[in-house]
Design a binder for this molecule. Structure first.
Ligand code: ATP
Length: 383
């Protein structure tokens, strides 16, 4: 089932009596969610992720805009009639019921022609349990299960009615790191096997990047970028998205463009040609700022540095951390925004790094430029 959010806005009255404006949790949100995909809704706390899920599920009604499931306008349809499976951060299992009864619970509400016999309910529950690999736990109660197992019961319960859409709100945040890693792979598998359009909310960018077909990066109720995880990582549309994705984070420097050259401090680190509508003077393709100097933010991914004794970017070496296959080189630079520059290089290339200074060449594909004022991406080709 594809879902269309058409100019959705959600306002909440502000509880702070001194502030009269509403809280705008979701602001003019338009997004076509393709059928059968796993979508990660990603953004900092308070950016409107949960509200977006609640609007899709029908738990909240939008202040403006329409929501479509396929061709059907479901904006005014109550949550229970939308065919949506929901899993929340706290799994909210019934403690006095067995796993089997927890999973069959939603089926008990079916009425009329849809009403099921006890045996039919059991069959459906066993099917869902098999999918999430908890078939042998059906007689236990939630308190006799690990966090990961409880999480699977919650997913089975959401799947048992074969929903057309599965919505997961921070489903992994109660799990420890190892279980979290394992369960996220499980989630991706279940989604592939069922083919149910699934939207999950997380503030963990690594989690979203690792299993999503598409990620939606939000801030302050607004979509900043939608795309395949690698595309968004490689070509962020602005400085916020660039900084939000990636661990260690992108390294940001104060830089400038002049006469087709990119400078960090006094050092000409790349020769560039701007593409698209980035040129401030003419709006056409041109060498970067032929005469005037243009201040920019330069973002360099940690894997974008190549150690080179002749390299143009010289940094003050702080320390070298060997992490097996890779080595992290920690350094300082006067134009760096923050404390230390973190570059990740293959360990076999780290042998020659010593002394007070480390010099780098840059991989152009790992360098992003942003307008100093708007912080929007400036597209360029390396020359
Ligand atoms: P988190 O990651 O912290 O869960 P989120 O991205 O899911 O955050 P939402 O819970 O959707 O964010 O909240 C978005 C904004 O709307 C926040 O500023 C929040 O305070 C506000 N908000 C959410 N629900 C209500 C409500 N019922 N009444 C008033 N304001 C609300």
């Amino acid at each position: 089932m594809n879902i269309k959010l058409d100019h959705i806005t959600k306002r909440f009255p502000n509880r702070n009596k001194k502030i009269h404006e509403d809280v705008i949790a979701v602001n003019d949100f338009t997004f076509d969610i393709p059928d059968g995909k796993l979508i990660g809704l990603l953004g900092p706390s308070g950016c409107g992720k949960s509200t977006t899920l609640n609007l899709i599920s029908g738990l909240e009604a939008p202040s403006a805009g329409r929501i479509y499931f396929g061709d059907t306008d479901v904006t005014d349809l109550p949550a229970e009639n939308r065919g949506v499976g929901l899993v929340f951060q706290n799994y909210a299992l019934y403690p006095h019921l067995t796993v089997l009864d927890n999973i069959t619970f939603p089926l008990g509400n079916l009425r009329g022609a849809a009403k099921l016999t006890k045996e039919q309910m059991r069959e459906k529950a066993m099917e869902a349990a098999k999918l999430v690999q908890i078939s042998e736990l059906m007689e236990r109660r939630p308190s006799e299960l690990s966090g990961g197992q409880q999480q699977r019961v919650a997913i089975a319960r959401a799947l048992v009615k074969m929903p057309s859409v599965l919505l997961l709100d921070e489903p992994l945040s109660n799990l420890d790191a190892r279980l979290r890693l394992q369960t996220r792979e499980e989630l991706a598998r279940i989604q592939r096997e069922t083919g149910i359009t699934t939207i999950f909310v997380t503030h963990d960018q690594e989690e979203a990047m690792s299993i999503s077909d598409l990620i939606v990066v939000m801030k302050d109720g607004v979509i900043h970028q939608i795309g395949k995880p690698q595309e968004v990582y490689d070509k962020p549309c602005n400085l916020f998205v660039a900084k939000f994705l990636g661990t260690p984070p992108i390294n940001v420097f104060e830089g400038s463009l002049k006469g087709g050259k990119l400078f960090i401090g006094e050092e000409n680190v790349l020769d560039v040609k701007l593409t698209g509508n980035n040129d401030q003077s003419s709006g056409t393709d041109t060498a970067a700022g032929d005469s005037a100097e243009r201040p920019v933010w330069v973002g360099i991914r940690p894997e974008g540095f190549i150690p080179d004794a002749e390299g143009p970017l010289s940094c003050e070496l702080q320390k070298i951390e060997v992490m097996g296959r890779d080595t992290s080189v920690v350094s300082k630079h006067a134009s760096f925004v923050g404390t230390t520059v973190r570059s990740i290089i293959p360990s076999e290339d780290a042998a020659g790094i010593a002394g007070e200074t480390v010099r780098f060449r840059l991989k152009p594909a790992k360098v992003c430029l942003f307008d100093h004022e708007t912080e929007e991406t400036i597209t360029f080709e390396a020359r």
